[in-house]
Design a binder for this molecule. Structure first.
Ligand SMILES: Nc1ncnc2c1ncn2[C@@H]1O[C@H](COP(=O)(O)OP(=O)(O)OP(=O)(O)O)[C@@H](O)[C@H]1O
Ligand SMILES: O=C(O)c1ccc[n+]([C@@H]2O[C@H](COP(=O)([O-])O)[C@@H](O)[C@H]2O)c1
Length: 191
């Protein structure tokens, strides 16, 4: 079983997340994707809306039987991806996990706690995001692991590669962000 993990604030979830997930399922030949709704991104100063509200909204918007919306990180009491991945790998040793993220997160990935451990733990699938392609591909992480990069045309093999391995996939861009939705007042619940 190949399972993609999409961590996010989802404050709120939007069409960009849905699109990324559909592309990832196809391009990385995944059986399932888990949306890990974060208790709070450790690098974001602003606290997100209440977890239950973010989970409920994510469940409303992502209607695909292959996708599970989860508050797993709150259950295990962490907001750190390295710990989440270690816990999941120990609990499900037979599953091939792939960490999924947009190119904006590749850009600042070296600021994540134990970021090199994450790359050593699971293959990483990166999806294009409007305005972030070059910054992602020129990032410290991309440069450090340039020799472990799988070409986009081989993306279906990513889940079966031993880590470290990563793949950058171009996709039709969806110009939307949670920031924009909050600014428009479409979502503004306080925690
Ligand atoms: N439009 C999009 N295209 C590609 N990737 C996206 C898009 N929107 C979000 N993502 C990716 O989905 C993951 C979760 O994103 P997140 O929940 O932070 O949404 P966001 O729109 O980036 O939020 P915010 O604007 O508050 O920073 C991240 O890895 C992010 O890169
Ligand atoms: O582990 C870390 O240090 C870390 C630092 C920044 C972000 N993350 C995770 O990256 C994911 C994307 O976050 P966000 O806010 O961009 O949606 C989410 O699961 C965060 O918890 C994790």
């Amino acid at each position: 079983m190949r399972v993609g993990l999409l961590g996010g604030s989802f404050d709120p979830a939007h069409e960009g997340h849905v699109h990324l997930t559909r592309v990832a399922l196809r391009r990385f030949a995944l059986d399932r994707v888990i949306w890990l709704v974060s208790p709070g991104n450790p690098l974001k100063a602003r606290g997100p809306a209440a977890l239950d509200a973010r989970v409920a909204r994510a469940q409303e918007i992502m209607r695909d039987p292959r996708v599970i919306v989860s508050d797993f990180e709150a259950q295990i009491g962490t907001a750190y991806t390295a710990e989440t991945i270690n816990t999941l790998k120990s609990a499900y040793p037979g599953v091939r996990f792939v960490w999924l993220m947009g190119a904006d997160n590749l850009h600042q990935f070296h600021r994540w706690q134990r970021w090199e451990d994450i790359f050593r733990a699971v293959p990483v699938g990166v999806l294009a995001r409007p305005g972030w392609r070059q910054a992602g591909l020129n990032s410290r992480t991309a440069r450090k692991y340039q020799h472990m990069r799988l070409p986009g045309r081989s993306s279906k093999m990513l889940a079966d590669q031993p880590a470290p391995a990563w793949c950058f996939v171009n996709m039709p861009m969806v110009q939307i962000s949670s920031t924009e939705l909050r600014a428009k007042g479409i979502w503004g619940a306080e925690p």
